[in-house]
Design a protein. Structure first.
Length: 309
């Protein structure tokens, strides 16, 4: 479960009043009273999440014959879903300026990869060097980092994508390829103990099996297979990026990449396949993120109607 969703559910459990009644005695007014108590105590999205889970449980009880009907169906104060916040969308020049601003930072390759592939943060943190094919200029995305709370802090592991479409192989440009190869060369030099500037045949230096592109270097032992902290990465990014674009989040790089491609006329099915997205969901999100498409449509109509109207 993603860390953000776990925190929301934990917050919901901690702050929700309890209904101390037998299931069969539950009345719609009990639920209305519960929602009155929750009003103002939870964010609207969290409140609606709790309602969805509660409703699913009651429907399951009805299916199994434990209830004759779902009392949720006769409630008066069902919380409405909140329109999703589609974040900050940068145009092509703004994306370039942001990536350039990180050029002196260790985060630069990660930011560039997110901005110019549309990959999710946890997909990037799960990339291995074996996923990169310099000859074909492709990058294979087939796993994601999962962070879950545990007794000894956050536990990190890699998992298969939720959907088949999330597993994909994408083309990358020459500049991004060279940037990634420079990161790999740095790792090879670290493994071999060869300083920068010393000529050596790097093809002879083998990286460990499962070596990550962007491992954690904040450990006592040097291990290229240990994933870094995703939440910490987002905080580092936001601390710097918000000086240039207030309110920006790491995930906004993905939305900006998708929007830039669609604005440039790349077919939606191509963008969806590249980003591991559902085409219909992508179109709905895109329609809320940009006004440029409508401006372009108006220009096409103007050209069509020129000399006619």
């Amino acid at each position: 479960m993603p860390a953000s969703l776990w925190r929301r559910r934990h917050r919901l459990a901690q702050s929700s009043p309890r209904i101390s009644k037998q299931l069969q005695q539950l009345h719609p007014t009990d639920i209305d009273n519960l929602y009155d108590q929750l009003a103002g105590r939870l964010a609207a999205n969290t409140h609606h999440l709790g309602h969805s889970v509660f409703n699913a449980c009651l429907n399951a009880a009805k299916r199994k014959g434990l209830l004759l009907s779902n009392p949720m169906e006769r409630c008066e104060k069902i919380p409405s879903p909140v329109e999703a916040d589609h974040g900050l969308v940068l145009d092509r020049d703004q994306i370039a300026a942001l990536v350039q601003d990180f050029k002196d930072s260790a985060l630069h390759p990660i930011i560039a990869l997110a901005a110019y592939t549309g990959a999710r943060r946890n997909e990037i943190l799960a990339l291995r060097w074996t996923d990169l094919d310099p000859a074909a200029k492709t990058l294979r995305i087939e796993r994601s980092l999962e962070e879950t709370p545990g007794a000894e802090g956050w536990q990190r592991r890699f998992k298969e994508p939720k959907r088949a479409k999330h597993k994909r192989t994408i083309q990358i440009d020459d500049a991004l390829m060279q940037l990634l190869l420079s990161v790999r060369e740095r790792h090879q030099r670290l493994i071999a103990g060869v300083p920068d500037g010393i000529a050596v045949d790097l093809s002879l230096i083998r990286l460990p099996e499962g070596a990550l592109m962007f491992p954690s270097f904040f450990r006592r032992e040097f291990d290229l297979t240990q994933p870094r902290d995703g939440s910490g990465l987002s905080k580092l990014f936001e601390r710097r990026a918000r000086k240039m674009f207030p309110g920006i989040c790491f995930h906004d790089l993905r939305g900006s990449h998708e929007t830039a491609l669609l604005d440039a006329g790349v077919p939606v099915h191509v963008v969806a396949a590249r980003c591991g997205h559902d085409a219909a969901v992508l179109l709905r999100s895109y329609a809320k993120r940009t006004k440029k498409a409508d401006t372009s449509a108006a220009a096409v109509i103007a050209a069509m109607s020129k000399g006619v109207l």
